[in-house]
Write a protein that binds this ligand. Structure first.
Ligand code: CP
Length: 380
């Protein structure tokens, strides 16, 4: 499809509805607004692949702070802002004054003053990350209001304790490319064994909340004690009442049987993730390390929770699509053979994130985006 044809998927009133918006969770956005971002992401991806420059926000600073490691999301943030003509800067959260106690609201005010868009990853401690991102957003907006500054400084959640919305939107775009409409598709989000670290709960939480809005039959599988937070479970159950279904099982084989799509990945046991909250609040790094060891010992009780060839054979015609947000623990979460079979698929799944971030920044910052993109397409 040529760039002008791609633009037919966009609609300026729908884009107006997402102007100046921050994305803190997908659950906080309506279905039409999320669909607008995916449509814009498809257009921007098409323009990028056609070699068209979309430097819509020149001379602007896209600042991101990460309180956890990242490869894909950091590079997606940098790649997205660079493609929009912005200057990406990515900072380790521990190097900021937050580590000396400066509050999120104060931090937001300073960042709103100096930057034009803000990404945040704060995913390791339950109850903290999403609150931090909300407080930064509050600080930014209070500063802009108090100074009559008309700039839009959108905030993008780059993974918190509740959700990983740029990941799940990328996952959904990949599923839409493969399957089109997801109504009545059987999708399994399953815990899988990991010896590496107690991973955040935000990807499975984000997936069950977003996929239950697509009319799919969503199955969540995990061993006892690995439940997700109530807020996301309640949202998934509520979303599923508009079509599709949502159930939880404690048997990985049962969850894989008849699935069209499987998303097996690890996360930390709920009670131990809560123990980390207390240790972190006390600043007790020794206890944090001890809890992490207990979390890995707990995971090791379930080494048979692996996505391997035998389990994939249980899926619909033995041909389910395997998803993973990456990085996967190969040999623990997934067998080498299954990962090898799907290695291009998971890379294409990951590739959508750069266009999701681009779409969020462009939609929030460029009020006349449709005529601007039309002009770019016509000039080329
Ligand atoms: N999937 C994902 O968020 O990857 P990173 O941790 O590398 O950003």
């Amino acid at each position: 499809m040529n760039p002008l044809e791609l633009l037919q998927a966009l609609d300026q009133p729908a884009l107006d509805a997402v102007y100046k918006r921050s994305l803190l969770t997908t659950q906080g956005w309506s279905d039409p607004d999320l669909a607008t971002i995916r449509s814009l992401a498809r257009v921007l991806g098409g323009f990028d692949r056609a070699g068209l420059s979309t430097a819509l926000c020149p001379d602007e600073l896209a600042w991101a702070v990460f309180f956890d490691q990242s490869t894909r999301t950091k590079s997606a943030w940098a790649g997205a802002s660079a493609r929009l003509g912005m200057h990406p800067v990515i900072v380790d959260g521990s190097s900021t004054q937050v580590s000396h106690g400066e509050t999120a609201v104060e931090t937001g005010a300073m960042l709103g003053m100096n930057s034009h868009a803000m990404g945040i990853r704060h995913d390791l401690i339950l109850g903290e990350g999403n609150t931090f991102i909300r407080d930064v957003t509050k600080g930014i907006n209070e500063y802009l209001d108090a100074t009559d500054d008309p700039r839009s400084v959108p905030v993008v959640n780059l993974q918190c304790d509740v959700d990983h919305p740029t990941q799940t939107m990328a996952d959904l775009m990949w599923l839409e490319e493969k399957f089109g409409d997801l109504s009545d598709r059987n999708i399994t989000v399953s815990w899988a064994y990991s010896p590496s670290y107690a991973k955040p709960l935000s990807v499975p939480q984000g997936m069950v909340t977003l996929l239950t809005r697509q009319g799919a039959n969503v199955t969540l599988a995990h061993p006892p004690g690995y439940q997700l937070i109530d807020e996301c479970m309640d949202a998934a159950h509520s979303n599923a009442t508009n079509g599709g279904s949502f159930r939880t099982v404690d048997d990985m084989d049962e969850a894989f049987r008849g699935a069209d799509i499987v998303y097996p990945k690890s996360w930390g046991a709920h009670d131990l993730m809560l123990e980390k909250v207390d240790a972190n609040a006390a600043g007790d790094t020794a206890e944090l390390a001890a809890v992490e060891q207990r979390a890995l010992a707990r995971n090791a009780e379930y080494t048979d929770w692996i996505c391997d060839e035998d389990r994939m054979a249980l899926t619909a015609a033995g041909e389910a699509l395997y998803l993973h947000c990456l990085p996967a623990d190969i040999g623990s979460e997934v067998s080498p053979g299954v990962m090898s079979k799907f290695k291009v698929d998971v890379a294409r799944e990951a590739n959508y994130k750069v266009y999701v971030v681009m779409a969020l920044l462009a939609a929030a910052k460029v009020p006349d985006i449709l005529p601007r993109l039309t002009e770019i397409a016509q000039e080329n």
